[in-house]
Design a protein around this ligand. Structure first.
Ligand SMILES: [Zn+2]
Length: 357
């Protein structure tokens, strides 16, 4: 929902370079939290080509492409390129499946799926410093709202080695301070169907557990149907509003949250809003919204112009809004829980007011 960005934006190019080099650099074993390494996708893919025949071999050769071009595109290609790879795979190898879902919704990978996952080893990547550095470059800190929902928070925390109880054999290797990512990495194109995109830089979306596991799970997402946090900004596509303007003495359960497409994207589907259950989740925060509206309604900003200069008014407004965790600037939406909802409603409130004036 919220667009993931780096500061400065060129950082993405650097991250792509680090990702590709880091995954394919071979270093010694024995490092618990070192680079991904040990088993580089390039090496493993070559042995998979050698060890298979027929259609499976053709598939592994396809993954490699010409001079390793497709492998590179898979690992660091941007979302539109990943989409082309997905489309091409579906067209060329429609018979290949990597997993099955059982009656309880658990995904079980078959032998082919496990071979692919061994090449694109997500578990190893998730435990690597590479992954932590990447999340840090994306600006994930303590209590950052999830990019999909802007509701639940995700965390990159500093864990103090002394606070944690280790098993004896863990003690030496682990008894330092280290970072821990308390979040899920969602695979925008699902890992169950496309395990070869399991460690693709732009297929990994840091998200909350609810969005990733409870709401999305193995649902198929596509660039045309869902907001991809590396591609599009939810802010450009949708606006939240209230069905009826706030009136004095209103109770929170009568606040009805609506959404609509902005003029620039009149036809973009609302699948992201529906699949992540945004309205029902936001409804649980209606009391907070009501408090915000009450404060605005009571006219906390009414007499500003009589007391303060324009410059002061702007500064004070910013402070008050930040204190109430309402984003003043567009970029601040990513910092506050339900930041977009609050900002849209706040802007709507003042729009209505100036229309009346
Ligand atoms: Zn979320």
């Amino acid at each position: 929902m919220l667009k993931l960005s780096c500061n400065p934006p060129e950082t993405f190019e650097l991250l792509e370079h680090k990702h590709f080099e880091g995954l394919n650099k071979i270093i010694g074993t024995g490092q618990r939290r070192g680079l991904y390494a040990v088993a580089a996708p390039i090496t493993k893919l070559h042995s998979a080509i050698r060890n298979h025949s027929g259609r499976k071999r053709a598939f592994f050769e396809w993954l490699w492409g010409i001079n390793g071009g497709r492998l590179r595109a898979i690992l660091i290609g941007k979302p539109p390129l990943l989409k082309m790879i997905v489309d091409s795979f579906n067209q060329k190898f429609p018979e290949l499946v990597f997993s099955e879902q059982d009656a309880d919704g658990n995904v079980n990978f078959n032998a082919l799926g496990n071979t692919v996952l061994d090449i694109f080893n997500y578990k190893r990547y998730r435990q690597s410093d590479m992954c932590l550095n990447y999340l840090s470059a994306l600006g994930i800190r303590q209590a950052t709202p999830c990019p999909y929902c802007n509701f639940d928070e995700i965390y990159l925390t500093e864990v103090n080695g002394d606070d944690y109880h280790y098993d004896e054999d863990e003690r030496e290797a682990e008894a330092n301070n280290y970072q821990q990512a308390l979040l899920d990495l969602d695979h925008f194109f699902p890992k169950s169907r496309y395990p070869f995109l399991a460690i693709s830089l732009y297929n990994l979306v840091p998200s909350c557990h609810n969005c990733n596991s409870n709401f999305k799970h193995t649902k198929e997402f596509a660039l045309e149907t869902h907001v991809h946090p590396y591609m599009t900004d939810f802010e450009d596509i949708f606006t939240f509003s209230l069905k009826t303007p706030y009136v004095d003495g209103q109770t929170y359960d009568t606040l009805e949250i609506l959404y609509s497409n902005k003029a620039a994207y009149p036809d973009f589907p609302d699948n992201s809003i529906k699949d992540f259950r945004l309205i029902s989740r936001y409804n649980t925060k209606r009391e907070t919204l009501l408090d915000m509206l009450k404060a605005l309604h009571m006219g906390i900003f009414e007499n500003f112009d009589q007391i303060f200069t324009d410059q002061q008014q702007g500064d004070i407004k910013k402070l008050i809004l930040r204190n109430a965790k309402i984003p003043f600037e567009h970029q601040e939406i990513t910092k506050f829980q339900i930041g977009k909802l609050k900002r849209d409603i706040y802007l709507e409130f003042f729009q209505r007011k100036s229309n009346l004036a």
